[in-house]
Ligand binder design. Sequence first.
Ligand SMILES: Nc1nc2c(c(=O)[nH]1)N[C@H]1C(S)=C(S)[C@@H](COP(=O)(O)OP(=O)(O)OC[C@H]3O[C@@H](n4cnc5c(=O)[nH]c(N)nc54)[C@H](O)[C@@H]3O)O[C@H]1N2
Ligand SMILES: Nc1nc2c(c(=O)[nH]1)N[C@H]1C(S)=C(S)[C@@H](COP(=O)(O)OP(=O)(O)OC[C@H]3O[C@@H](n4cnc5c(=O)[nH]c(N)nc54)[C@H](O)[C@@H]3O)O[C@H]1N2
Ligand SMILES: [Mo]
Length: 847
Amino acid sequence: MQRRNFLKLGAMTPLLSNVTAINLMADDMGKELVKNGEIFTAAKWGMLKVGVKDGKAVGSTPYQKTSDVKNHLQTFTHDLIYNSRIKYPMVRKSYLENPDSPKPELRGKDEWIRVRYEDAIKLVARELKKTRKAKGIQSVFAGSYGWKSSGNIHNSRTLLHRFMNLSGGYVGYTGDYSTGASQVIMPHVMGSIEVYEQQTSWPVVLNNSKVVVFWGANPITTLSVGFSSSDEQGFKYLEDLKKRADIKVIVIDPIKSETAQYFDKSKWIAPRPNTDVAMMLGMAHYLYTSGKFNKDFIDTYTVGFDKFLPYLLGKTDGTPKTLEWASKICGIKEDVIKELADVLIDNRSMIMSGWAIQRADHGEQAHWMLVTLASMIGQIGLEGGGFGLSYHYANGGNPTCKGAVIGGINRGDIGRIDKNGEFIGTANGVIDANGKFIPGSTPLIKGEIDWAVEAKKYTFPIARIVDVLLNPGKVIDHDGRKVTYPDIDFIYWVGGNPIVHHQDTNVLIKAWQKPRTIVVHDPYWTPSAKMADIVFPITTQYERNDMTMTGDYSNDHIAPMKQVVEKYAEAKDDYQIFTDLCKAYAKNLVMAYTDNGKDEFDWIKSFYNDAYDKILAIPELASEMKPFDEFWKENKPVKFYSTPESEAWVRHAEFRQDPILNPLGTPSGLIEIYSETIEKMGYDDCAAHPMWYEPVEWLGMSDKPAQLHMLSVHSPYRLHSQLNQTSLRDTYAVAGREPIWINTKDAKAKGIKNGDLVRVFNSRGEVLAGAVITDNVIPGVVRLAQGAWYDGFDAGLCKNGNSNVLTIDKATSKLSNGNISQTALVNIEKFKGEAPKLTAFSEPKFA
Ligand SMILES: Nc1nc2c(c(=O)[nH]1)N[C@H]1C(S)=C(S)[C@@H](COP(=O)(O)OP(=O)(O)OC[C@H]3O[C@@H](n4cnc5c(=O)[nH]c(N)nc54)[C@H](O)[C@@H]3O)O[C@H]1N2
Ligand SMILES: Nc1nc2c(c(=O)[nH]1)N[C@H]1C(S)=C(S)[C@@H](COP(=O)(O)OP(=O)(O)OC[C@H]3O[C@@H](n4cnc5c(=O)[nH]c(N)nc54)[C@H](O)[C@@H]3O)O[C@H]1N2
Ligand SMILES: [Mo]
């Protein structure tokens, strides 16, 4: 199951509503475009009002003001509508000339040819069919990882999966780039994934905690967005926290992040990157040897401490994990580490951890050791105590509201296409005599391949994609099982920007030359679009009608997303394109895809009405929602409210009250400091209890391949690569490039001045960046945010500063195969010579 859907379990996708559609004239319903005025909508960065003048978007403002913390992302909607857009369907020249021998080495460099939309559709249908026929299901990868846009019907990735499923199946993925390591290790340790789960509520934290630690977490930046749409309440709680002189705030981060800067009275502890596990072990050793640790908690709620202890004390490896040992590795003074341990155990303390520390070599250990430390402190399940792995994400801890959650388009079932090329049905639906898709089932005929089973066989951990492309058929270990890599020959990507988001770009680009066909849908000429064979211009979310919830955990609004402006040039909705592809692919397929002809409004209405039905059944909420036509015409969100229970909610409180009646989902029902399940896997890179492993590259290694540790954090000015092409960039770019933070001492040693153009490089590649000289980063560390559009197709070096040109493409471990983008050493020098012109946001060459 996809992780974000996981959050909304139970609310998934009712296909038909039992409320009859209300037939009103288009203009009565507010369906017409407004030429002048303000339109309400919602984006990942929150609810917005977009100004429209003479049919053009002229700017946007936040709909609600929840705090004084600035969300940088909210006011650039007009640039998102007009900058760097793809205007027409385009095919790469060599591909169009000969799709069977399409010169894949020219991807990113070839010329592009404009084609008629109908021809592009026919081309995709024909080539996809050809690949499936010749190479089977394992040859089509349509996992399509990415953050896309808000909206429950124009949900590009799910729309792609729906098309691929109904037309015969595809290879997908497991995991993600965000929490690749933690989401696999946490179920073994805590019995739940933790990273995408509701947190002890903020009101409880503010009423009970005496210490709040942000451990590798930068919520002042990362709470700018939500996966559905941000409810924007996180900043308000941070603001409340800042006002509280009685709550101590500690930030543990090699960088004095926006969060460390915001809490100006906080204590900033800056370890060497990727050494947090050693620091935590030092704390654990001190708490144990001083006898301060909570023995009752360890005895009652955990298993395996006795097996971890010999390692902690150095009986197994001759190295006791003392404060002195830890200090040497992490670079923090012994008394500071000791004081931190004391402060946490002497007070009600909440450790809020971000995800960068697990997006690193051996990333599993970070949160496993954090849980172990929190267990020794013994406050898990108490009000305002313990740890939380999602306070920095999607406003975890904002209490869940009582209301209804709207459904969304689903990915459908695997469809069957008969000998004549006609779609006949799925396990849950058949085509009737009139060509309608109705409930029923089409069982497999004996001997026929079960594509659903076949597809599952080839599902791989997403961050391994380059390894997969380069090594088809390779078998790897993953979380106790074997995964066989598929032989991918066709990639279909919508709603993501893999050329920017994946590690070690230069190898990635080589791997991207392996498949015969790459199709991309995107509104913009992103590097991933430039590296494709066939691109479709897509509407932005402001050019179509849709609807979303806000608040991934709180679900506090149903927000209408009314179309703001006309569709740009020849841009089409993903839904439209897949509908047309269905028609070109197989007879009757479109009936299943569109649920017998639904358009965007039919879907929106059905999702809304289904939620409305639920609300009408709850007397005290019945007046919160209006009939759909009134709701749509009003162009305002429906608001839901938290309850006294949700405001008082404490994560793991039930487990703490009674671990026998309310066991965790682990084999023992307890917190597993030692996991027999992992022991049985016998991996050399993930033992059965948390351990310090040296990362492949780090500042403490004996012969460093490069000098500085680069952290490629999430930018306060983008959502990954999204918004890089807007004028927001003018406010942060330095020397016309992505800014890189360099410590004053390091800069001086290299003769680099503020504002200089610098070359950042290692054995994997090189990029240009703009120097920001600052003491907000410790010596030896640089910060170059992820998400700058790769700009090196013609240059060999990335002119825009994409950090992934420098990162390592290695798995965290055999357990979870997550990415390690926070582990990378780089060199830096002042750039000499004439600065190459930036082309990241320009169109490619056209024939
Ligand atoms: N070095 C380094 N690399 C990282 C990370 C890191 O910390 N360091 N973080 C990783 C993480 S956690 C993540 S989640 C990934 C993020 O990687 P992505 O999710 O791939 O990044 P986005 O820039 O959000 O890409 C979304 C794309 O979808 C397009 N899009 C938007 N709306 C639509 C639509 O309606 N239809 C279609 N077809 N397309 C649309 C956008 O234009 C954009 O190109 O990056 C990862 N990469
Ligand atoms: N504005 C904005 N918000 C976002 C996103 C975005 O792109 N832009 N992306 C969203 C997504 S998809 C995700 S996954 C989350 C990501 O959330 P996170 O993964 O938590 O975010 P990062 O920025 O990668 O890292 C958080 C902090 O950890 C610090 N850090 C890095 N390495 C270390 C280390 O070794 N030790 C310690 N102690 N600290 C370290 C970084 O300096 C940074 O300040 O953010 C979400 N929110
Ligand atoms: Mo992410």
